[in-house]
Design a protein around this ligand. Structure first.
Ligand code: GPW
Length: 816
């Protein structure tokens, strides 16, 4: 094997070789894109060697593997990460300069794979990073969507979606693995298996066969030799699909119809975050993912193991929400129908193999599929679900005899109205362990959404509080802060042991240190200002309070509450131009699902308010409002290090965890937030005096809901009234009173997420923020303590928790 070296000369030699032999060009005629691809390949070569050693070590050890099944991954750009993880930036930089370019210039060609919507997809990427860093043998499985999350632009302030053709220029980070392709069936019919007296085994003859073609991307660990992979499946028509006779007859469209239908399965990511669309194609995607992945898992298992008894000892599958839950039914089908394992043994194997992570409490996010659709698309799976449910309900009956109501509530199939399969119930029934993603979330899950299951199997439920990778979200996002942390803590150990940040707390009263801390934040704000100006034209003052709300647009997250605050400031400044307010830049970032009309209108309103604020000669001296277009992981890496204030203002009891809250706190932003999701754990750690808390708690919100009267708040609070009236009167729509009327109606009508009930508390809390900001030393101290005390929110800790509580896997060290 050719061996890659670690010297400058070797790196340069390999780079030039890749330019000639892989890219097929010369130094003289290489374009910027050639330069990027060549650098990417040269860095990739360094990882491939580690990957080969990892695969060999894993083969040798035959360990228990974690298989992470997720419909979404938001991996972020790869170039800078892989330069860091291979420690080759110091080699690449002088060579890039020699070639008349720079790493920063070449990085502009590095495309972010947007294979996810938001928190759930990014969490999957953070967990993969931490598993590799902790030497956990793991494979991520997902879908290689041809089009990722849409690109967001604005026309007249309204969101416009453009397709994300992310592989248009090729993806140098990806390895096709055509030998490992799989076949997946859909539709068709089932028949009894002739030699099975129990009747539980049947034969399925699918009506459509689609091929799954895998490719993988490398997932390196930081500071270790381990390189795991994430394997992504792409749908292709089976070879027989192309209808040559029709083509010959000139029926070109018909001839390729089957190909199109098959390949549509992995065509595009569903752009809905935390809401289910319930479309047939989405169910096809889900089954496609799990059918391909399970066959691959079995293939890998069989490389070193025989029989089925050892399967749960060697394979642990983690279901990232319910999207991949058909995997449990597919494993039952493979074991019972294809491998002729008897039902009880198959069920025991299945139940010991799977675990389920729930990421929501929102009823509209809990997936259910119509029985009729499943019967048509996956007829054998529907039969298996009936059997699984039948045996499960017998188990319940044995524990709670005669409790018919409980049976109805627990059943995998809901019988009210159109019969539907409740995917969360299926996931809980078929899993060893079920976990929520923050303490409050887990508690509410066991008390409300999954209460009957928690009563049945209390020991199944666990909490694993989310975390974020310090590599991407501190070391890469914030090099200035990283440098300061390293000199203060005396080493780079914090990058893999985030509790080391604790040492910063000792410096929170050191004037000289606070000055350096502030200088870092200011320099990051200058960088952000450059991005903002280039993408929106708005000039932001790096000395203003940088107030950030970055997350998907969703009613429960309450961007509209933040907007009411902005409009209130606007009104006050218009009324009194000399009002003594703290200069602020309010930065929103986030996409709305293309079919989520209420949120698309809110985006339009945010842009309209921004326009009014930024063009008002008086108001704009104190306040700027920006909606950064096309918020994604790459943009997050610029915004997060510059934030002073982190807006985490969801209605209590609605945000399962949040992870942006952790990223912002780790970068020294102070949180203004409700007692929701992981905010509670952040506040517990940083201290109540370093956190701006406001609003109803989950229990109070629950009570408020029963008698909530939004109009009463509107009528009794003059500021609130003025803010809503400004929207209603067309102040942000050139006098047009109809455009934003639906926003006003939603607030005064149902106010589903109690924004009006929390408005006054939020305003008062923002006044506390202003008072705190005026004492810049005290603010810097809060900022330091936020970072210092958030080491717990490393995804390394999250992965350790999964290992201890659920996976019971051991690391495998890879030697160099
Ligand atoms: F609804 N989350 C998300 F639970 O980003 F499936 N997309 C989703 O579809 C769902 C959850 C689902 C988020 C949660 O909203 C957020 O609170 C959490 O921090 C994140 O998942 C990771 O657990």
């Amino acid at each position: 094997m050719r061996s890659v070296g670690s010297t400058l000369e070797e790196f340069e030699r390999d780079l030039i070789s890749n330019l000639y032999y892989q890219r097929g060009t010369t130094l003289e005629s290489a374009s910027g894109s050639d330069g990027y691809h060549t650098l990417a390949l040269t860095v990739r070569d360094r990882l491939i060697e580690r990957y080969a050693r990892t695969a060999a070590a894993h083969y040798e050890a035959n360990p228990r593997f974690v298989y992470y099944l997720s419909a979404e991954y938001l991996l972020g750009r790869q170039l800078r990460q892989n330069l860091l993880y291979t420690d080759t930036e110091k080699l690449a930089r002088p060579i890039a300069a020699q070639l008349g370019t720079s790493i920063e210039e070449l990085e502009r060609y590095d495309v972010e794979p947007g294979l996810g919507n938001g928190g759930l997809g990014r969490l999957a990427a953070c967990l993969l990073d931490s598993m590799a860093t902790l030497d956990i043998p793991a494979v991520g499985y997902g879908i290689r969507y041809e089009f990722g999350i849409f690109k967001q632009g604005f026309r007249d302030g309204a969101q416009v979606e453009r397709p994300d053709d992310w592989t248009f220029y090729g993806n140098p980070w990806e390895f096709p693995a055509p030998d490992d392709r799989q076949k997946v069936g859909f539709y068709g019919a089932t028949a009894p298996a002739l030699d099975d007296p129990s009747g539980l085994r049947r034969q399925w003859s699918p009506g459509e066969i689609v091929r799954g073609e895998p490719s993988h991307m490398l997932v390196p660990g930081y500071g270790t030799q381990t390189v795991n992979i994430v394997r992504l499946w792409r749908a292709r028509a089976s070879r027989e699909s192309f209808d040559l006779s029709r083509f010959g007859a000139g029926q070109y469209k018909e001839a390729v119809e089957d190909i199109t239908r098959a390949e549509n399965i992995s065509k595009v990511l569903y752009p809905d975050d935390s809401t289910e669309q319930g479309r047939e194609l989405r169910l096809k995607q889900q089954y496609f993912l799990v059918a391909c992945s399970l066959r691959d898992i079995i293939r890998r298992y069989r490389l070193r193991n025989d029989g089925w008894d050892a399967f749960p000892a060697k394979v642990v599958v983690q279901l990232n929400d319910t999207h991949p839950v058909m995997a449990v039914v597919e494993l039952m089908r493979l074991l019972v129908d294809e491998y002729r394992v008897d039902w009880d043994r198959a069920w025991s194997i299945t139940r010991r193999t799977f675990n389920y992570t729930c990421h929501t409490l929102l009823p509209e996010a809990l997936e259910t599929w119509p029985v009729a659709l499943l019967e048509r698309l996956l007829p054998r799976h529907m039969e298996l679900i009936y059997s699984i449910n039948y045996f499960f309900l017998q188990e319940v009956e044995a524990t709670f005899p005669g409790d018919g109501d409980r049976l109805r509530r627990l059943s995998i199939i809901s019988e009210d109205g159109e019969r539907r399969v409740r995917m969360a119930h299926l996931a809980v029934v078929a899993s060893s362990a079920v976990n929520g993603v923050a303490e409050l979330h887990t508690r509410l899950l066991t008390e409300t959404t999954l209460r009957d299951f928690a009563e049945l199997w209390p020991q199944k439920f666990h909490n694993v509080t989310n975390g974020v990778t310090p590599r991407r979200f501190v070391r890469m996002a914030n090099p200035r802060l990283s440098e300061l942390i390293t000199t203060t803590t005396g080493s780079q150990r914090w990058i893999t042991d985030l509790d080391q940040l604790d040492a910063l707390a000792g410096k929170a009263d050191d004037r000289e240190f606070l000055d350096r801390w502030r200088a870092v934040k200011r320099a990051n704000k200058v960088d952000l200002a450059a991005l903002v100006e280039q993408s929106t034209g708005v000039v932001m003052d790096p000395d203003s309070l940088c107030d950030v709300m970055i997350k998907r647009f969703h009613e429960y997250k309450r961007q509209h509450l933040k907007l009411l605050h902005v409009i209130t400031l606007f009104n006050r400044l218009r009324e009194d131009p000399d009002l003594d307010v703290v200069p602020r830049t309010v930065l929103f970032g986030g996409k709305a699902a293309p079919g989520y009309h209420a949120m698309k209108l809110l985006i339009r309103l945010v842009n309209a308010v921004a326009e009014a604020v930024n063009t008002d000669p008086v108001v704009s001296r104190h306040l700027k409002v920006v909606l950064q277009p096309d918020y994604n992981v790459s943009r997050a890496l610029v915004i997060i290090p510059a934030a002073d204030l982190s807006e985490q203002i969801s209605l209590a009891g609605k945000e399962a965890s949040g992870t942006g809250n952790m990223k912002l706190a780790l970068n020294g932003a102070v949180t203004i937030g409700t007692l929701d999701g992981a905010n509670i754990e952040i506040r517990d750690r940083v201290g109540a005096e370093n956190f701006f808390l406001f609003g109803l708690d989950a229990q109070q919100a629950e009570e408020q809901r029963r008698h909530h009267n939004p109009r009463a708040y509107y009528e009794t609070d003059p500021d609130l009234r003025a803010a809503i009236d400004a929207i209603a009167n067309g102040v942000f729509a050139k006098g047009d009173r109809t455009l934003f009327a639906p926003v006003v109606d939603a607030m005064l009508g149902r106010d589903e997420y109690l924004a009006l009930a929390d408005y006054r508390a939020y305003m008062e809390c923002q006044e506390r923020v202003e008072r705190a900001w005026r004492d810049q030393d005290a603010w810097a101290r809060m900022s330091v303590l936020n970072a210092a005390r958030c080491g717990f929110f490393s995804s390394d800790r999250t992965v350790r928790d999964y290992c201890d509580l659920i996976w019971r896997v051991d690391p495998v060290r890879v030697t160099g």
